[in-house]
Design a protein around this ligand. Sequence first.
Ligand code: 2E4
Ligand code: SF4
Length: 312
Amino acid sequence: MHVILANPRGFCAGVNMAIEALETAITAFGTPLYVYHEIVHNRPVVEKFRSRGVVFVDGIDEVPNGGTVMYSAHGVSPAIREASASRNLRAIDATCPLVTKVHMEAIKYAKDGYTIVLIGHEGHDEVIGTIGEVPHAMVLVEDEEDVAALTIPADAKIAFLTQTTLSVYETEGIIKALRVKYPQIVSPAKSDICYATQNRQEAVRELSVEARVVLVLGSQNSSNSKRLEEIALHRGKAARLIDTAAEIRDEWFQPDDTVMITAGASAPEENVQECVEYLKTRFNATVESRVVREEHVSFPLPRELRSLPVLK
Ligand code: 2E4
Ligand code: SF4
């Protein structure tokens, strides 16, 4: 068996920042510490923090008065910020700056009188947060059928934005349909699909060609991880999205297989290495690391944590 380890894979700059922010907040404020939604969409990460006294909540009313709440990397709507303020909570914002950028674009387009089409997945934390900025000016589309069903007038002032973790290929199709229906449609100069999402997809597209089996480390509710699994499946690969090596089944493999391993932006490297070790032990696999793109991106800690005396 041969294992191809894809690069880039795993934690992106936004996830590194959010996890470091939570670690820092635990040190500074102790537990229980509250996080609105999962800090990132990864079960092992969430379970580890939960075992250390972090409480993940789906409503601000679950946080006791005067408590500390951190917003997850996926961002929140202004209504959530207001709810925290009215409860006198100490709020720490671990939203990825690349999600905040989309929020800012939404605010600007709405202020300039545009109707905004947001391409994204209904019910996803990031989409809920982005729509919450300008709900009166925004309509969500998930696919080309939704574009066909849009009733925005043909001559409207119209813009589109996207969720940060979509499939580049599928989104191109939806954008094409939007441009046919609304030739005047505008959008930000740079895609809202972030660098990490694009690079991890590119690595799967390029490296999966050589593999029969593709293992993607990541959780089922992780949009960017799910997209990596889908890309491999569309290419006819036997692809599996798993959280840990414990989910691996030997029947998935043939002894002389080439297996590509990657990880979504929220999946820890530890879980990748467990899978590599398993395949080495069980199938005598050789391992090769392949780099499709270099990444040199990092984000500062949330403002609320930068000036803490305890950390100086
Ligand atoms: C914030 C924005 O959005 P997705 O479900 O892929 O989130 P996940 O937590 O898996 O990945 C990190 C992240 C966070 C991605 N985009
Ligand atoms: Fe930010 Fe992109 Fe990572 Fe999401 S996947 S947290 S947008 S860097």
